[in-house]
Design a protein around this ligand. Structure first.
Ligand code: SAH
Length: 233
């Protein structure tokens, strides 16, 4: 199997590893978005005791938030230094997360049908073949299981805010973090979900104001958006 990974993107995330949990560092937007995206998940599923997989977990911001809800969390990523930061942070939080350096595609061959819920947030826009990740998630889910995604839409507004604004004007993110061609339209995600045998349940906008640092679910999907899908019973 050809690895579905952009090594330049992984190298860029590796450089951020040490500062991942710094709420004023390069991951600050992820910190700010975290409560809103957790809310989107727990509005739909009670996580207590469920097997949850966080794909492209980074330093574990969402993985830990899911574990704090009582989920049994496995979290995977391909950036070793970032995973090390995630593991070390468990000493601070006292939470339990099983961090594994592997891909969704590999895990899908090892434990198909292993998870009640899968989250894959702010990750699909960094891989060469996002549909292959969604297909693997489909295999990893139990029947009736939920898949939650978030990504950036391929619109002029997303270019203006997420690339020009965040990387060049506000310098919130390192230059080169996002590439416009890799942004994904909701209809493209919907097609990939359908091809993976998953049923689209919801598409919602995710609004973020970098000045007030407030994030909320709802409104326009033109920039950041969330998707919920389910595997048929
Ligand atoms: N989901 C986390 C981190 C987002 S940053 C959050 O929202 O808080 C994107 C992460 O995806 C990085 O940690 C990067 O290393 C990881 N990643 C990129 N390509 C990947 C791949 N093919 N498989 C697994 N993880 C990947």
């Amino acid at each position: 199997m050809k690895p579905n990974v952009d090594h330049a993107a992984i190298a860029q995330f590796e450089r951020l590893a040490a500062r991942w949990w710094d709420t004023e560092g390069e991951s600050r937007a992820l910190h700010d978005l975290n409560p809103a995206r957790l809310g989107y998940v727990i509005d739909r599923v009670a996580l207590q005791g469920l097997n949850v997989l966080d794909v492209g977990c980074g330093g574990g911001l969402l993985s830990e938030a899911l574990a704090a809800q009582g989920a049994v969390v496995t979290a995977i990523d391909l950036a070793p230094a970032v995973l090390e930061t995630a593991r070390l942070h468990l000493y601070e939080s006292g939470l339990q997360v099983n961090y594994v350096e592997t891909s969704a595609e590999t895990l899908a061959t090892q434990c198909p049908g292993g998870f009640d819920v899968i989250t894959c947030m702010e990750m699909l826009e960094h891989v060469p073949d996002p549909a292959a990740i969604i297909e693997a998630c489909g295999r990893l889910l139990k029947p009736d299981g939920w898949l939650f995604l978030s990504t950036l839409n391929r619109t002029p507004q997303a270019f203006a805010l997420a690339i020009a604004g965040a990387e060049y004007v506000m310098r919130l993110l390192p230059k080169g973090t996002h590439r416009y061609a890799q942004f994904i339209r909701p209809a493209e995600l919907a097609a990939a979900l359908r091809a993976a045998g998953l049923r689209l349940e919801d598409v919602s906008g995710l609004q973020y104001n970098p000045f007030t640092r407030a994030a909320r679910v709802g409104g326009s999907t033109a920039i950041n958006y969330l998707v919920a899908a389910r595997k048929p019973a």
